[in-house]
Design a protein. Sequence first.
Length: 252
Amino acid sequence: MTIDRSRRPWTSATLAIPVLAMAAGCSGVTVSDDAAKADFHYRLARNYYNDHNIAMTQIELHECFKVDPGHAEGHHLKGFMLMGLADLDGAAAEFKEALKTKSDLYEARNNLGTVLIQQGRFSEAIATLKPLTEDQLYPTPAFAHGNLGWAYYQSGDLVSARKHLEMAVFLSPRFCVGYNNLSIVLKEQRNPRGAREALQKAIKACPKYAEAYYHMGVLLQEASEPGASDAFGKCAELAPETTVGKRCLARR
């Protein structure tokens, strides 16, 4: 099986946006003017980012940091934006900056782990992600287990990779990327039956997930069983302009 080891790990689907309390009821205790101003610019930046307006996102983040250089959510947003711009070094620096101010900003830690995996810094990624899998307050542990499992796989530790990927899909039964990555690990462990079962679950959970069809096609082709051409065809149909789609078209 040809493995795309450069695939992006599971990032935060949405940015963690805190509720901004501007006043504390009858106590009369209010957030400082500077903190309120920084939060205001951060929220504007977040809204511009959601509208895909990168230029205005950068401007508002600049204003946010002028008031509060350590604004954790602002640095997380900037890191998330830089990930999309393929500036991995810059993204990693921003996520680390966010964690300096707010060590429990879970999504920043998870996203830092994904960047480190993309950079091939697997031991650092493991050290970054492992605490998330042990923190009972983290609301989406499946993401952390999925990324940690992929980091272990990339580092050559198939046993740990399988353990964490199995935990990821146990915690999130519709985690199609987790099932897909688990199938890769199982295949390398010479367990094609388990790999096929994982792919079947990936396809059931996400019928439009092209990569799962590619790996299913490879398994069927290597076993000289019918259905490989159909799997490759479905993959190419779902993602015709992508690397995996073109790979499926070539093997059909």
